[in-house]
Design a protein around this ligand. Sequence first.
Ligand code: ZN
Length: 194
Amino acid sequence: MGAETDNFPFIKARWFTPFGEGRRAVRLIVIHTMETPERDGIAEDIANDFATRPPDKKASAHLCIDNKKIIQSVKDNDVAFAAPGANSDGIHLELSGRAKQTGAEWADAYSTAVLENAANAAAQYCLKYEIPVKRLSNAELGDKKAKGIVGHVQVSEVFKLSTHTDPGQSFPWDRFLARVDVLRTERMKKLGLI
Ligand SMILES: [Zn+2]
């Protein structure tokens, strides 16, 4: 069993499925964009939105992440309403930003700060659930066995249960995964695991 994550500030989502007894088997970290403007405080605003969603707009995710904060909305062991097909075995990270962002927009100061916070969170989940720092192909996602990191768009393509295309074609996967890897190693050293 891997290391626990930090205790992130918690604003409980209205809609999720309690897992119940035992530890949920998590094999996926799923990256989303919130489709919101780049500004301070958006992670908390989205968490508050998840806390008050009406029954016809059920949605939630484990973490809401912006340039300054990481807010938890669904506990790790519970199942979020985030991406059908990858809910029961996924940890879902909502990043401030939009799927239509260009590479240059992902490289601006705001998105760089968001990506750093998201990489930090993803590194912690890679350790907790022994998930390799690796983006899965659609075939690997579909085989229901491989562990790794994917975008919501891949869940849409493989399971065909939603049409969302986040985090978008220009999401900087290589840069993001490189930071997850560095932060994972730093955390392992800090925890005395290596
Ligand atoms: Zn999404």
